[in-house]
Design a protein around this ligand. Structure first.
Ligand code: CTP
Length: 416
């Protein structure tokens, strides 16, 4: 039975924000333009980004950590050797946290050190330790900018994929006129947003299920499965990063809710189904990543079952609703994506599932023998009515990003 929709939760986030859900690590190096970075923090936050700031030792001579702490809402780090800061969020964790590193202003010295791969302070270490894209916004005297050493360093950084925003030309703090001015804060935000590429699901409502379900046997026992929920949470995160309004119906897992995702916790398959049907009317895309238990005990014992000398125990199980198939059967249905965890004949079984459940797309993965569940990486085979795509072994976050891109592309094709 479909639950009556009374009210839907407020949508979280604003798709008009060009950097919604983006974690930006702002590095500030020592130069007079450092004061402009305070404004940049405001602009980045206005654009939806979560901003953490790292000052170099020289930057801290021009501007104070307190200013940036107040503006970013997070503690500011200046040193690699700060024990309490390392205990709170270690530098490697910080490097992983970042979706983008933006160094603004980037002084001639900082550019030289980055180009040589130095890691002798916190900011340069972070730039080496991150897998996130790094962008620099140079600011310096026009002679220093034009110097062949600086230009060679920049060329080397560009070659390695570092993006260079600006600098602009104009009057400089030192009185010179020429190239070397830091871009304006709004220009830097626009550059960063443009560099991140299209937000394929801006403003689209996406409903995701994730994790296992637990089917109670008695007050202390249940039937569950090994799903960690990581893939589904990564998908919810990727959809939110692509600009979607995401509702995540999560089975019992201990995972942090991704930013800007509305989470509904459930335990059993039937609770999951009720939560899904309470939200599906608004959804334009439904992604069923949960490992829903196919069966549940016919009845839940009110008291703990006793051994009472028995050597065997029989449990009578009944079938759970197939949430995915029910959503796919709706007259007004969203774009429907299922998952298939298979131990053998993956493509054949997954394509059969795609057809039987009338899905728009299925993401198949091989499980068993140390694959799939409880791991941070995975490989997926995407199948849809007229196509297939192999997503090779990668971190689940990266796979989720690729999956979301494919969903957005197929959905656009269906809609047009
Ligand atoms: N699913 C669901 N509700 C269920 C069972 C599965 O929504 N009660 C969804 C899962 O979230 C997943 C897909 O269906 O997206 C996986 O289906 P699965 O249970 O593996 O397929 P079956 O058709 O049951 O095939 P089998 O168990 O034989 O592999």
């Amino acid at each position: 039975m479909t639950q009556q929709v009374t009210h839907l939760p407020e949508r979280v986030g604003n798709p008009a924000e060009p950097l919604a859900s983006v974690n930006v690590l702002l590095g500030v190096s020592g130069g007079i333009a450092a004061y402009k970075s305070a404004e940049l923090v405001r602009r980045l936050r206005d654009a939806g980004a979560d901003v953490r700031v790292v000052l170099t030792e020289n930057a801290a001579r021009f501007v104070t950590a307190l200013t940036f702490q107040a503006l970013s809402g997070h503690p500011v780090r200046t040193s690699l050797w700060d024990e309490s800061a390392e205990a709170a969020m270690g530098h490697i964790e910080l490097a992983r946290w970042a979706d983008e590193i933006l160094v603004a202003p980037a002084s001639a010295d900082l550019i030289a050190r980055l180009s040589n791969g130095h890691a002798d302070d916190l900011l340069t270490t972070l730039c080496l330790a991150t897998s996130a894209p790094v962008a620099i916004a140079p600011a310096m005297n026009q002679q220093m900018w034009a110097h062949p050493a600086t230009q060679a360093n920049l060329a080397r950084l560009r070659e390695r994929g570092v993006r260079v925003f600006g600098p602009a030309s104009g009057e400089q703090a030192c009185g010179d006129v020429g190239r070397g001015r830091l871009l304006e804060a709004s220009e830097l935000v626009a550059e960063l947003a443009a560099a991140r590429g299209p937000r394929e699901l801006a403003g689209v409502d996406v409903l995701v299920t994730a994790g296992p379900t637990f089917e109670d046997i008695d007050p202390v026992r249940f039937i569950g499965n090994r799903s960690s929920g990581r893939m589904g949470f990564a998908v919810a995160d990727a959809a939110a990063r692509a600009g979607a309004f995401v509702t995540l119906v999560a089975g019992p897992v201990h995972l942090a809710t991704p930013p800007r995702v509305t989470r509904i916790d459930v335990r059993s398959a039937r609770e999951m189904r009720d939560a899904v049907f309470a939200h599906v009317a608004r959804a334009k895309i439904f992604i069923s990543a949960a490992a829903v238990g196919d069966f549940r005990p016919q009845s839940v014992a009110a008291h703990k079952l006793k051994k009472s000398g028995a050597s065997t125990l029989e449990l009578s199980l009944v079938q759970n609703p197939d949430i995915l198939a029910e959503v796919a059967a709706l007259a007004q249905r969203p774009f429907v994506v299922g998952f298939a965890a298979e131990t053998e004949q993956m493509e054949e079984f997954a394509r059969a599932k795609l057809e039987r459940k009338q899905l728009d797309l299925i993401a198949a993965n091989q499980v068993g023998s140390n694959l799939g569940f409880e791991r941070d990486d995975n490989a997926l085979l995407l199948l849809w009515p007229n196509g297939r795509e192999e997503l090779p072994q990668a971190d689940k976050r990266e796979l989720a990003r690729q999956l979301v891109a494919r969903i957005a592309q197929l959905r656009d094709a269906v809609a047009s």
